[in-house]
Design a protein around this ligand. Sequence first.
Ligand code: GTQ
Length: 353
Amino acid sequence: MTTRDIEVGSDRASVDPYNAIQELGTAPLWRYYGNVLPKKPEPKAVPYIWKYASLRPHLLHFLETLSLEEAERRVLMLVNPGMTEPPATSTTLYAGLQIIGPGETAQAHRHTSNAFRYVIEGSGAYTTVNGERVHMRPGDLLLTPNWHWHDHYHEGEGPMVWLDALDYPLTTNCLDVNFFELYGERSQKSSVPDDLSSRQFIHGQLSPAWEVAYTEASPIGNYPWSETQRAFAAIADDATGSATEGVLLEYKNPMTAGPVLPTMGCRVSRLRPGFRGVPIRRTSSTIYHVVGGSGVAVVGDERLDWTDKDVFAVPPWHSLELRNASDTEDAYLFSYTNEPVLRALGFFREKQA
Ligand code: GTQ
């Protein structure tokens, strides 16, 4: 034993052992059981609703005062009050409202994060995704999967607004796997016929036999609202629907019959007049966008009153009860969740709340 060892040994009684182990980069598990292994999920995200009517004037203000050269993407991020730094909308999910004016281009880039757009208002814009121009109309769902080049252009009239969805709270904030690149030029050149992927693959059960590549993300650039309407109309009076979410349809990847993106599943539901859902809780988190109509979402202890174009967040393991406020009109809700991630890893659970 050296003199030094003896000195260190004799110091031991005077040093708080908890400070000492902390300085050595450790922590006592016995003081952290509840943090490391909570009895049930304790999300940072809280139930929250973003009212479109309140946000729209601000979108128009920035359309007037902020150029796309400055902003790159003119987007109001929908920031959950429980997840402000880094900002996210709910667990693993992001939503933003993007506005673009006639003649504007949002420059081409790509990133690891999977993204999609759900069109809210306006027409005449398109997104070029890996060389394919994909046109947008209200109610359309446009995909830009992991590492696909994308830039936006508006050749129509009036403002164009859509909901952006990304999984970056997962790729960037949790997994540290995101890469980002600008394309060498502001916009991509068109390299295939416009809207080709939708025309080829939207029919689902009749897909091109020569396109056999398995793709984890759906090859469909746009799931147009016109097809969604056809799907609802075809089952209008026959479908019983789900007890929790009414006539609930899932957008499918035609290659796998699974979700449209490996990290985010998209659905749209029709709540019949007077619909009152059975409460449900799930380990997934969900973002809802009101396509049309109005109603109530009871999320945990919060009552969220929703109407046209609002967005609301349902955090994990919060009970959710959906109601259509109207006794005469249908309501339509678009939603997306991280359920594909949870299912892939064995973490998905649901139960009636
Ligand atoms: O339009 O590419 O809201 O890259 C956030 C990140 C939109 C986009 C967002 C993005 C985009």
